[in-house]
Design a protein around this ligand. Structure first.
Ligand SMILES: [Zn+2]
Ligand SMILES: [Zn+2]
Length: 149
């Protein structure tokens, strides 16, 4: 996984955010963030539970809620109605998602820098036309995964 945009240690960022919220960066929360950072795609609760046999569903739910509330984890709604979780771009990198309309599978996709530059220019122009200053963009590619094709 590439370094975060901020160049900071992602765990340091998480610890700061949690402290600001009056929360502690417990071992369980750190383990959860480590799994999400290494996954390479958003994970469901079921996938997270498979990553560590010591985790209970209730503690994973609770810790994800705390991490989401302090702005370091995003919950992604999906076509299959199963929420998936990833660390925010601040902790990972700018990327987009590929979504399977058949089974709901969700993968990370990195676009070439020149495409990102074009997207940046195009979205800035589109926003400007309506008097907006555009700070960021999100792009979802929807189709069918290798299993569903
Ligand atoms: Zn699929
Ligand atoms: Zn982009």
């Amino acid at each position: 996984m590439s370094a975060p945009a901020t160049g900071q240690d992602p765990h340091g960022v998480v610890a700061d955010r949690l402290h600001r919220d009056g929360q502690r960066y417990t071992r369980g929360r750190r383990a959860l963030v480590t799994v999400l950072l290494g996954a390479g795609r958003p994970l469901t609760i079921a996938e997270l539970l498979r990553a560590d046999e010591g985790w209970s569903q209730s503690s994973v739910y609770r810790n994800l809620g705390v991490l989401e509330a302090c702005g370091v984890v995003d919950r992604l709604p999906a076509a299959d109605g199963v929420a998936r979780f990833e660390v925010t771009e601040e902790l990972s990198r700018h990327h987009h998602h590929l979504v399977c309309a058949g089974c709901g599978r969700l993968d990370d996709v990195d676009l070439p820098a020149r495409v990102e530059a074009t997207l940046h220019a195009v979205t800035a122009e589109a926003g400007e036309a309506l008097g907006y200053e555009v700070d960021e963009h999100r792009l979802e590619l929807i189709g069918r995964c290798p299993d569903c094709r």
